[in-house]
Design a protein around this ligand. Structure first.
Ligand code: DAH
Length: 352
């Protein structure tokens, strides 16, 4: 066959083969088939040595042309497929920015801390200091300086964890009253609250051996029960809602005289009566009263000059009411399933 004819056959065959190619990998196979050592193009020059000079020149020239043409065609095709493959890869690996992101667990404030924050906000806005008292207390500060001498029957109501004859785990934040009065050596007016943990030997659904209280103490001149009532009314409205009403019932605490127990209208039913308030319309939230002259005297304040009021409230009760928590022990066992709800609950109730 004439070399020109062979060239035509090779190019035709290549063009046919090219139609069957669907990847850059297959272009490599084409290269081998046409340009490889035993390839069709290479074969053109296989028996050059048997040719005359003249023929050799012609065959050499033509086979060069074929080689160039074939190389160019295959390279073009290869580039086409490489680009195609790259596009496919990019398409496959594309980031979908509209996909929802991974959910990260985030911490949130403990219900107890939320209540403390609200209580502190309120009293700080009224000019009170926030005082931190120790949980390991002396019998003197926890009882004696609060007008509960050794052997006093009121000690029976607070089952105490004693460390030794002198030290105990405080049963009430009232112990900070004694501390603050002693520490204030200038004997200037006092406005303070003390939120913190207290301990008693109790353990059931509504009592924990550890719970939270906030103590309040105001000492100044001409302080009366009316000031206490005004303060607690504002406090109750802030904590439980604007429509909340406050009721004082006479009571007894050794460190106040007169003493009162303070009820608020049930924030669930607004005072109509419901299971939460046991159909009474009222919920007891606080103990309070006018500071007993003995307590003032032991704190270094002359009861002829100074008067004051004090109050103490259980933080757990507020948390249990506000968040409808059935068992006080949930507050202390740190179960994530329980704690997780609180972000949602505050949003739902729109408390603040
Ligand atoms: N300490 C009392 C208790 O734990 C509560 C209390 C009552 C505190 C009257 C006071 C108060 O400051 O005046 O039950």
């Amino acid at each position: 066959m004439e070399t020109q004819e062979k060239k035509r056959v090779i190019i035709e065959s290549l063009e046919k083969d090219m139609k069957e190619v669907h990847s850059s990998r297959e272009c490599q196979d084409l290269k081998v088939k046409y340009l490889g050592k035993k390839g069709l193009v290479t074969e053109l020059t296989a028996n050059m040595k048997d040719l005359s000079n003249e023929e050799r020149k012609e065959v050499g020239q033509i086979s060069n042309e074929v080689k160039n043409e074939v190389t160019e065609k295959i390279t073009q095709l290869e580039n086409h497929w490489k680009e195609e493959e790259l596009n496919q890869k990019l398409e496959k690996e594309r980031l979908d920015l509209s996909l929802p992101s991974k959910k990260f667990k985030r911490g949130s404030l403990h219900p107890f801390q939320r209540i403390i924050d609200d209580v502190e906000d309120f009293f700080v806005s009224m000019g009170y200091d926030v005082i931190d008292g120790p949980e390991l207390e002396t019998d003197e500060n926890c009882f004696q300086r609060l007008n509960v001498p050794i052997g006093h029957p009121a000690r029976d109501t607070q089952d105490t964890f004693y460390i030794d004859a002198e030290y105990l785990l405080r049963t009430q934040t009232s112990s900070t009253q004694a501390r603050v009065m002693q520490a204030n050596t200038e004997k200037t007016p006092i406005r303070m609250i003390c939120p913190g943990k207290v301990y008693r030997r109790d353990d059931d659904a509504t009592h924990s051996h550890q719970f939270g209280q906030v103590e309040g103490l105001v000492i100044d001149q001409n302080i009366s029960l009316a000031d206490l009532k005004g303060t607690l009314e504002l406090f109750a409205k802030k904590m439980l809602g604007e429509d909340t009403k406050v009721r004082f019932r006479p009571s007894f605490f050794p460190f106040t005289e007169p003493s009162v127990e303070v009820d608020v209208t049930c924030f669930k039913c607004g005072g109509k009566g419901c299971p939460l308030c046991k159909q009474t319309g009222w919920i007891e939230v606080l103990g309070a009263g006018v500071v007993h002259p003995n307590v003032l005297r032991m704190g270094g304040y002359d009861p002829e000059v100074w008067t004051g009021f004090a109050f103490g409230t259980g933080l757990d009760r507020f948390a249990m009411f506000r968040y409808e928590i059935p068992d006080i022990r949930y507050l202390y066992t740190n179960d994530i399933r329980f704690l997780e709800q609180f972000d949602r609950k505050d949003e739902e109730n729109e408390i603040k």
